[in-house]
Design a protein around this ligand. Structure first.
Ligand code: ARG
Length: 462
């Protein structure tokens, strides 16, 4: 008789290469804690259903605690026959407490077991990721409050467009992360449902109290259909989409900062802690941390695409293809965890360069304000846009800044120009004029800061 969990009907030996191909222990061992936690709760549920005596349940729960201690201490020894984390833990439990361990799997399948383990594991990981995200947001908000006086060029098409507050730019990224946090909370609600008690596919035949089991494991409810429960990987696909979008947001921050830290822009200096040098060119300081944030986005996106392809076309219900859900998930969690912390480190340690930010504010960025000046004098915007455009052209022809045009020059373009047009050439005023919700004025930016602080539960913003 073979010692394999599923060995009963088999007479021939498995090809060793097949053993290797089939095994998931190499990567799913990181689920050890969730697997133990799920099994302990399942043991208690079996006792409540009268399938284990209280003493047997206690033996199982305590035996599993011992197995957990071995994993935690790094002393658990994976044996050649340990196909996956479920097999490994049950094999070790049997060694520790004897044949009573064989009762634990009553009515359970590795199909509802793995679906449960992954949900438990991901729920815990999501908590850490959420913490990193909030930390990142709070760094951006803190800087935005401290550095609200700094102005910089805002860009569209990577062309200097209009002046904005540096804080406004910082917060533009913080809002994306705030939505990422909200999105994570949304998917957690769908994740936090218990599949255990679905058996291999058709449900549990021993009148297991699934609601009590769910409560024991902190799940908000139980899956409503056993066929769906063992084959549903939506929560992983959703998480990978979430992770991808989150990486895309970090990548866009990274791209901004790579540009801003270049010699040509010189808007910020990155801390040495997040930069590296060149092995060849002594003068180089490279933004490697940011390039990796940008670069690693590709692998997380690849994981999402890969999983969706794996899921497409699967027949009902569990199929071994589903084992392929784990590596992209683990990789995404690890990548995200590192990326969020690195982004936080980069953002909290960089130094803005006020002189360079100022110097980049060219008067032509106030061309819209020039058009708006005429609007305030009652000229239709369509017309004022042309007049301001003509002014830009005139300045270009003369080789002077837009602000260097005289009142006579401007009056030649439109009779509504008066001496007070000189007041247009003021960056601070341009930014302050945009005093609507979501605008660049100090008041509007402070309102954003207060809103985010309120959302973070930070008393400074209440
Ligand atoms: N290692 C498997 C997985 O990750 C566990 C479930 C195996 N179930 C089965 N019927 N072979 O999907």
């Amino acid at each position: 008789m073979t010692s394999k969990l599923w060995g009963g009907r088999f007479t021939g030996a498995t090809d060793p290469l097949m053993e290797q191909f089939n095994a998931s222990i190499g990567f799913d061992q990181r689920l050890w804690q969730a697997d133990i936690q799920g099994s302990q709760a399942y043991g208690r549920a079996l006792a409540r259903a009268g399938l284990l005596t209280p003493a047997e349940a206690e033996q199982i729960v305590e035996g599993l605690a011992q197995v957990a201690q071995e994993w935690a201490a790094g002393s658990f020894v994976v044996q050649p026959g340990d196909e996956d984390i479920h097999t490994a833990n049950e094999r070790r439990l049997t060694e520790l407490i004897g044949p009573v361990a064989g009762k634990l799997h009553t009515g359970r399948s590795r199909n509802d077991q793995i679906a449960t383990d992954v949900r438990l594991w991901l729920r815990a990981q999501a908590g850490y990721l959420r913490g990193h995200l909030r930390q990142l947001i709070s760094v951006a908000v803190g800087r935005a409050a401290d550095e609200i006086d700094l102005l910089m060029p805002g860009y569209t098409h990577l062309q200097p467009a209009q002046p904005v507050r540096w804080s406004h730019w910082l917060l533009s990224h913080a809002w994306a992360w705030q939505r990422d946090t909200a999105r994570l909370d949304d998917l957690l609600a769908r994740l936090n449902v218990l599949p255990l008690g679905s058996g291999a596919l058709a449900g549990n035949p021993f009148a297991l109290d699934r609601a009590a089991l769910a409560a024991d494991l902190g799940f908000a409810g139980v899956t409503p259909n056993s066929l769906d429960a063992v084959s549903d990987r939506d929560f992983i696909a959703e998480f990978l989409f979430w992770a991808t979008l989150c990486m895309v947001h970090l990548s866009r921050l990274a791209e901004d900062l790579i540009l801003f830290s270049s010699r040509e822009f010189g808007f910020v200096t990155l801390a040495d802690a997040y930069s590296t040098g060149s092995s060849l060119m002594p003068q180089k300081k490279n933004p490697d941390a940011l390039e990796l944030l940008r670069g690693k986005t590709g692998r997380v996106l690849g994981g999402l695409a890969g999983l969706l392809v794996t899921l497409k076309g699967l027949p009902s219900t569990y199929n071994k293809d589903l084992q392929e859900d784990k590596e992209p998930l683990f990789d995404a969690v690890e990548t995200l965890s590192g990326a969020l912390q690195i982004a936080c480190g980069v953002l909290s340690t960089l130094t803005p360069n006020p002189a360079r930010l100022r110097a980049a504010l060219a008067p032509e960025m106030l061309a819209t304000d020039l058009a708006d000046y005429l609007v305030r004098k009652g000229v239709p915007f369509r017309e004022t846009h042309h007049v301001a455009g003509a002014a830009v052209q005139l300045a270009e022809q003369r080789g002077v800044e837009l602000s260097a045009l005289t009142l006579d020059d401007l009056a030649g373009l439109h009779p509504a120009f008066e001496a007070d047009v000189a007041e247009v050439w003021n960056m601070e005023q341009s930014v302050e004029r945009r005093d609507v919700a979501g605008g660049t004025s100090r008041r509007a930016v402070l309102a954003q800061i207060a809103q985010l602080r309120g959302w973070l539960g930070d008393p400074a913003g209440q």
